[in-house]
Design a protein around this ligand. Structure first.
Ligand SMILES: Cc1cc2nc3c(=O)[nH]c(=O)nc-3n(C[C@H](O)[C@H](O)[C@H](O)COP(=O)(O)O)c2cc1C
Length: 288
């Protein structure tokens, strides 16, 4: 059992935002029973995805995506059938009012995740982070749910995390993708139609480890960690630097939902072999 934001979770494995479409959530919950499923980031109004290609595998276990927060809009949350898995509702927007209005409409889920870090649509990511304190304060004013703020692996992430926490955030989700670009050397065109995209998967794993470590050391706060988790050892590694829950993203794109079962088994084997519990591992590698 793991306690995060005063909620008990059976194990650390959840699914990160942007991986399960709303209409698949029930099926994924029933078949794979993750400890939590995060919705795609939902905005007040529907957004069309960018033109394809929007997702490319550029290296073993590494992806670049520019879906651009394409989503059916927050009102679709109402159509989601009842599920037996804890639901984390991710919301975004391109200004304070839109985000607060979306937060007000969230009547499902156990955690509200504020995505202020998408690198794939102008106005919905890094530029918002300047207002993170104001956004969190206002969202906390319209919801009773614990609010987790999702940040990207930027140089000022420690400072932004501090602003989010001082405004009342209950925890942080770390890390979102970081902007990259790949070029086709046959025709010298950018491979993604949008030009840039968010890097995810193994290629950002050490970045996730470093950022979770630094934020946990500084603030000792509840963290949902993610970034390049492909096996049980990766989960343990993120927990050892302070993550309580760990999100699976690119691994599911790479291998399918069965990766949840494989990683769960690897975790159980690790704990049995070492005679450890999850609570023994959280923050173990962080020296204060
Ligand atoms: C195809 C794709 C779509 C994503 N969409 C979202 C999104 O809507 N909202 C969000 O907060 N993060 C989104 N992410 C970021 C993931 O939730 C996660 O933070 C990131 O991919 C790092 O985890 P990973 O390396 O395990 O994929 C997306 C990632 C991918 C690969």
């Amino acid at each position: 059992m793991i306690k995060l934001a005063n909620i008990n979770f059976k194990d650390p494995l959840i699914i990160a935002s942007g991986i399960v479409p709303l209409n698949k959530i029930k099926e994924v919950c029933e078949k794979y029973n993750p400890s939590g499923i995060t919705t795609k980031t939902l905005t007040l109004y529907p957004l069309s995805p960018h033109n394809p290609p929007t997702l490319v595998k550029f290296h073993d276990k590494c992806y670049l995506n520019a879906i651009g927060l394409g989503n059916p809009g927050i009102q679709e949350l109402k159509k989601l059938e009842e599920i037996n898995c804890p639901l984390i509702v991710s919301i975004g927007g391109n200004n304070l009012d839109e985000i607060v209005e979306s937060a007000r409409k969230v009547d499902r889920g156990i955690i509200l995740e504020l995505n202020v870090s998408s690198p794939n649509r102008k106005g919905y990511g890094e530029s918002l982070s300047n207002y993170v304190h104001e956004i969190v304060k206002n969202v906390k004013g319209v919801t009773d749910k614990p609010v987790f703020v999702k940040l990207g692996p930027w140089d000022n992430v420690l400072e932004l995390a501090g602003k989010a926490l001082s405004a009342g955030a209950d925890g942080l989700t770390l890390i979102n993708t970081i902007k990259g670009m790949i070029i086709d050397t046959e025709n010298f065109e950018k491979i993604l139609h949008y030009g840039t995209g968010g890097i995810s998967g193994k290629c950002i794993h050490p970045l996730a480890v470093r950022i979770i470590h630094d934020i946990y050391r500084e603030y000792n706060v509840d963290i949902i960690g993610m970034g390049g988790v492909f096996d049980g050892r990766d989960v343990i590694e993120l927990m050892s630097v302070g993550a309580k829950l760990v999100g699976l993203g690119s691994v599911i794109i790479d291998e399918g939902y069965n990766s949840i079962l494989r990683i769960r088994k690897e975790l159980e084997e690790y704990l049995n072999e070492k005679g450890l519990k999850y609570s023994d591992i959280i923050g173990l590698a962080v020296k204060r």
